[in-house]
Design a protein around this ligand. Structure first.
Ligand code: M6R
Length: 615
């Protein structure tokens, strides 16, 4: 839940680390720090706040010299966000310095033990305990840093991606990983370390992604040495060629990543089905499904696990799988599923959905399902992520990097992949006639241009946002396929604008939430022509008669809802099960504009981080 960056080579480390931290700020942004070795000393600077605060502080307080350094951007777990708890952390001798993403669960016991041996601690963090444990092992066992790290990590319980260096041996950085991501960029006579490849993409296309329980000794002038933390055996680094490019991780003229990512959706959805969907031939090809088709076709049920927006995509998929492929589906919050002793058999297929592929609860749910014999299929965006590696098979969404903390293109591309999967299974099971199948495939191919058309409502959405930006509460209602869209709309609004919002199935309103309706309550109703339209119209009438303000998402040309609503935003007509791909777009834009108008930090909302790698 933090971002780490390291550099060792022939360039100045400072600008690389600062820029890298800025790119990783989506992972955590309550404090930041940097440690540089200038040839004689370590210069360390850290502060509560953003990487820009760190930059200002460092540039006026420390020497920025040196071609060895490490940096960190934090999302606090142990210890409040303040200067002292920020990383990097020194060992007591001042020789070792460490950055850490993760949690050391048994740090209190280790701290107690180290305290009896005379160690003192400045911060409240588990990380400061770890660096001192490494120092204790190094001195006691009289071993080199790499060996000390390996021995120390065998004594800790928890998760980590760490980078540590020793002032006495400034030609190497030691890194290790368990549960948190760590990539090593390999340049010419230089190495980069980071939580993902974005900090070093302009310097090298070659990267090694550490596996869990692996560590590496990165030494200048030498090949990278990988070792298994458990038994010190040698592992062989697999050098991968990166597919990310610089443009993808920059804002490209947009004010915020979120807006850029909303606008990228026509392209992203196309990239999701590219090479998989051949509408003209009536073919859907998905390698991970084709190779395991029997598992899907013989499944008693599909269990979907995910968190947040990915869970909402799972709810949409439940409607799609049951409606089109007639396979029973259960959708679970990964965090609940993993702790409630679920009944899982080898006839179950578990689908784990995660943009980042690093969400701790989703990973744990996968492990549990695997232990109990289920076949586990992953839907991830980040290539090579932990979930992508932990699942038996899967399908990437190919949305490109999503940097705004609020998920947008991840949601629509997850739905696209899951729709392809459901359509494929429906066809294989004989649930669809050829003509119906063709109709679906060609409509799916039309979706990117329909999303583009929907995006043209942006100026209108901005005007509507102006009228409701000062609301304290907001209700989102939808039915059927658009009930999960209501949940997603409400989540988007609350996470980036801090307005309290609730999503409900429209018909449930009369069982409680209707009591909230008065002339101050904006109600966003998703009311496309197909899907219980008349029922939704009745729900709108119920709200209007209690003076609620209606913002309706309707199908182009709609009359009935348009006459009743205070504002309407039109989306093009489509097949009911594909409608969430369109109706969600105005809701993303509405949240975005309201958040901007309220002066909120859209890309980095308070208390949040992009990937939640803690339980
Ligand atoms: O990376 P994941 O898809 O596993 O992340 C799950 C949630 O943490 C994520 O969707 C979160 O709810 C977003 N901030 C929502 O916009």
């Amino acid at each position: 839940m933090c971002g780490i960056v390291g550099y060792i080579g022939h360039r100045d480390a400072y600008p690389i680390i600062i820029k890298g931290l800025q790119r990783l700020e989506y992972r955590g942004y309550d404090s930041a720090g940097i440690a540089l070795y200038d040839g004689t000393d370590i210069n360390l600077s850290k502060t509560k706040g953003k990487v820009d605060d760190l930059k200002n502080k460092s540039e006026s307080s420390i020497s920025l010299k040196g071609s060895l350094g490490i940096g960190h951007t934090r999302w606090a777990t142990h210890g409040i966000p303040n200067d002292i708890n920020s990383h990097p952390h020194y060992s007591n001798s001042g020789d070792l310095v460490i950055i850490h993403n993760g949690i050391i669960e048994n740090y209190e016991a280790i701290k107690k033990e180290l305290t009896t041996r005379g160690y003192t601690f400045e911060s409240d963090t588990d990380t400061e305990v770890l660096v001192n444990l490494i120092e204790e092992v190094k001195n006691k066992e009289e071993v080199k840093l790499g060996k000390a790290v390996q021995i120390a990590l065998n004594q800790v319980i928890g998760a980590y991606a760490i980078a540590v260096f020793d002032k006495q041996k400034p030609d190497e950085i030691v890194v290790a990983k368990l549960g948190s991501p760590l990539a090593i960029g390999i340049g010419k006579d230089e190495f980069f370390v980071a939580s993902d490849a974005s900090p070093f993409i302009e310097f090298t296309n070659n990267a090694v992604y550490l596996e869990d329980e692996e560590m590496a000794i990165i030494r200048l002038g030498k090949e990278i040495k990988l070792r298994k933390i458990k038994d010190d055996s040698i592992a062989y680094p697999l050098v991968q060629e990166l597919q990310m490019n610089l443009e993808e991780i920059e804002k490209g003229g947009y004010d915020h990543f979120m807006l850029k990512e909303i606008y990228e959706q026509p392209r992203a959805i196309k990239d999701t089905y590219r090479g998989r969907l051949r509408a003209a031939q009536g073919i859907i090809k998905m390698a991970g499904v084709d190779e395991n088709l029997e598992k899907f076709l013989n499944a008693n049920r599909i269990i979907i696990v995910a968190c947040g927006t990915s869970w909402h995509a799972g709810l949409v998929a439940e409607y799609i799988f049951e409606d089109l492929a007639r396979i029973p589906v259960e959708v679970e919050y990964a965090s609940e599923f993993r702790y409630r002793n679920p009944v899982i058999t080898d006839k179950d297929v578990l689908i784990a959905i995660s943009q980042s592929g690093e969400t701790a609860d989703t990973l744990a749910a996968i492990k549990l399902a695997k232990e109990r014999g289920a076949f586990v299929f992953g839907v991830c965006n980040v290539v090579g992520s932990s979930i992508a590696r932990e699942t038996h098979a899967g399908a990437y969404t190919h949305a490109g990097p999503e940097i705004g903390v609020a998920s947008t293109k991840a949601f629509t591309t997850q739905i696209t992949v899951l729709t392809l999967l459901a359509l494929k299974l429906a066809k294989e099971k004989g649930e669809f006639s050829e003509s119906k199948f063709h109709e679906f495939l060609s409509e799916l191919e039309n979706i990117p241009s329909k999303v583009q058309t929907t995006l043209a409502s942006n100026p209108l959405v901005e005007v509507i946002a102006q009228a409701y930006k000062d609301s304290d509460n907001c209700l989102y209602l939808g039915r059927g396929y658009n009930f999960p869209v209501a949940l997603e709309g409400a989540l988007k609004l609350k996470e980036i604008s801090y307005i309290h919002a609730e999503g409900y199935p429209a018909a449930e309103m009369k069982h409680g939430p209707i009591a909230l309706i008065d002339d101050q309550m904006p109600v966003i109703v998703i009311a496309p022509k197909k899907g219980h339209y008349e029922k939704v119209v009745s729900n709108i009438q119920e709200i209007k008669s209690r003076k609620g303000k209606i913002i309706a998402i309707v199908t182009a040309g709609d009359r009935q809802v348009t006459d009743l609503a205070d504002h309407v935003i039109e989306v093009p007509e489509t097949i009911e099960s594909l409608s969430p791909l369109l109706t969600t777009i105005p809701l993303q834009l509405l949240s975005y504009h309201i958040a901007v108008m309220r002066g909120c930090n859209v890309d980095q909302p308070r208390n949040l981080a992009k990937s939640v790698t803690v339980e």
